[in-house]
Design a protein around this ligand. Structure first.
Ligand SMILES: Nc1ncnc2c1ncn2[C@@H]1O[C@H](COP(=O)(O)OP(=O)(O)OP(=O)(O)O)[C@@H](O)[C@H]1O
Ligand SMILES: [Mg+2]
Length: 326
C-alpha cells in the first residue's frame, strides 16, 4: 500500500500538472511493493507508468505537428511526392547512414531538445551527382517521420515567375512555417551559385538572400533540404547557413555490389561474377545501375530465358554507360 505521504505527493503533483514528479512517486510505490515481495503489483505499476509516459510524449509530439496542409497558391508551387521508400531501402556508406540516423534521432526527440533550448538539425544541404540518393533520402526522411514530402524546383520558380519569384518564395516559406513537412528545394545551385554570378542577375541574388533569411528565421519543425548536383559551384559561405551537409557520391564497389544484389533479389540469376560486373558498373550512379538491372531482367523475360547471366548484366551496364557518354 502507498503511504499517506505518497498519496499526498501524488495528489499534489497531479494538481500542479507535474507529470514527472507524479510518475516518480508512482515508481517509489512500485519499489516499496517490490520490497514487500509483491512483484506482480510492482511490475504492473511500472508498466502503467511507462505507458502513461509514452502516451504523454506522443500527445506532445502531435501538438507540435499542425494538421493543415499548404493551401491556395502555395499548393501550386509545391509538388507533393508520395513517400514510398524507407531508410532501410537506401544503400549508403556507413558514415552517410550515420548522418541520416542522427537527423532522424534529433527530429524524433525534438520536444526534449527544445525543452533544453536546443534546436534539432533541420536545415540540410544535399550535394552529389544525379541518381545518387538525394531525393530518395529526403523521401525516406519524410516517411520515417510520417511527414509529407514537398518538392520545390527553384529553377522552375525562377523561370515560371520571373519578376515575381520573391513573393512566390515567401508563399512557400509561409507553408514551411505553417505545415510541418519535409521541403526539398531542388536545383539549389540555380540560386546558390557563386556570389559573383548571382550578382550579375539581380533577381537571383535577391532570391538567394531571401532564401537565406527565411531559413535563418525558420519558425517551425519542418525540415528544409536544399539539393544540388553542383556542390562545388556553390558559394562556400552558404554552407554555414545549414545544420548539416551530406555529400552523396557515386557508389563504391561495395555499394555497387549491394545495389546489384538488391535489384536482382527474387530473380533467377546464374552465379554472378563480381570481378566482371564491378568494372562494368564503374562510374555509373545508383540510378543507372538500377536501370541496367531492370533492362537485364526485361531481356530475360522477353527472350524467354530462365535466368539473368553475368554477360547479360555486363551488356546492360555497358549500354547505360555508352548511352550516358553519347
Ligand atoms: N543511395 C541509393 N540507394 C538505393 N537506391 C538509390 C540510391 N540512390 C539512387 N537510387 C536509385 O536511383 C533512383 C534515383 O535516385 P534519386 O532520385 O534519389 O537521385 P538524386 O540524387 O535525387 O538525383 P538528381 O540529382 O537527378 O535529382 C532512386 O529512385 C533509386 O531507385
Ligand atoms: Mg533528385
Amino acid at each position: 500500500m502507498a503511504s499517506s505521504a505518497q498519496i499526498k505527493a501524488m495528489l499534489q503533483s497531479h494538481g500542479s500538472g507535474d507529470n514527472d514528479r507524479f510518475y516518480a512517486v508512482a515508481l517509489q510505490v512500485a519499489a516499496a511493493e517490490a520490497r514487500r515481495g509483491h512483484d506482480r503489483l510492482a511490475k504492473e505499476i511500472q508498466e502503467m507508468v511507462e505507458k502513461a509516459r509514452l502516451a504523454k510524449s506522443n500527445q506532445r509530439a502531435a501538438s507540435i505537428v499542425p494538421l493543415s496542409m499548404p493551401q491556395g497558391e502555395a499548393a501550386d508551387l509545391l509538388e507533393e511526392v508520395p513517400g514510398n521508400c524507407r531508410v532501410s531501402d537506401l544503400i549508403l556508406s556507413q558514415p552517410l547512414r550515420d548522418r541520416v540516423s542522427r537527423i532522424l534521432e534529433e527530429q524524433r526527440n525534438l520536444s526534449q531538445l527544445k525543452e533544453h533550448g536546443l534546436r534539432p538539425r533541420q536545415k540540410l544541404l544535399f550535394t552529389g551527382p544525379p541518381g545518387c540518393g538525394k531525393t530518395m533520402t529526403a523521401s525516406a526522411l519524410a516517411a520515417e517521420l510520417s511527414l509529407p514530402l514537398f518538392v520545390v524546383r527553384l529553377d522552375g520558380l525562377i523561370t515560371r515567375y520571373l519578376g515575381d519569384s520573391l513573393s512566390k518564395l515567401r508563399l512557400v516559406f509561409d507553408a514551411v512555417n505553417r505545415s510541418r513537412a519535409v521541403y526539398l528545394f531542388d536545383e539549389f545551385d540555380s540560386i546558390g551559385y557563386t556570389r559573383e554570378f548571382a550578382n550579375e542577375v539581380g533577381e537571383m541574388r535577391r532570391l538567394l538572400n531571401s532564401f537565406l533569411m527565411f531559413i535563418e528565421k525558420l519558425n517551425s519543425n519542418s525540415l528544409v533540404v536544399a539539393a544540388t548536383n553542383h556542390g562545388s559551384r556553390l558559394d562556400k559561405a552558404l554552407y554555414r547557413r545549414f545544420d548539416d551537409l551530406i555529400e552523396f557520391g557515386l557508389p563504391g564497389d561495395e555499394e555497387t555490389w549491394t545495389t546489384i544484389r538488391t535489384r536482382m533479389a527474387g530473380v533467377h540469376t546464374a552465379s554472378l561474377s563480381q570481378a566482371k560486373l564491378l568494372p562494368a558498373a564503374k562510374g555509373l550512379s545508383f540510378a543507372e545501375i538500377t536501370r541496367a538491372c531492370e533492362e537485364a531482367v526485361k531481356g530475360m523475360l522477353i527472350g524467354g530465358r530462365k535466368s539473368v547471366t553475368t554477360d547479360m548484366l555486363v551488356n546492360a551496364l555497358t549500354e547505360r554507360r555508352l548511352f550516358l557518354n553519347h
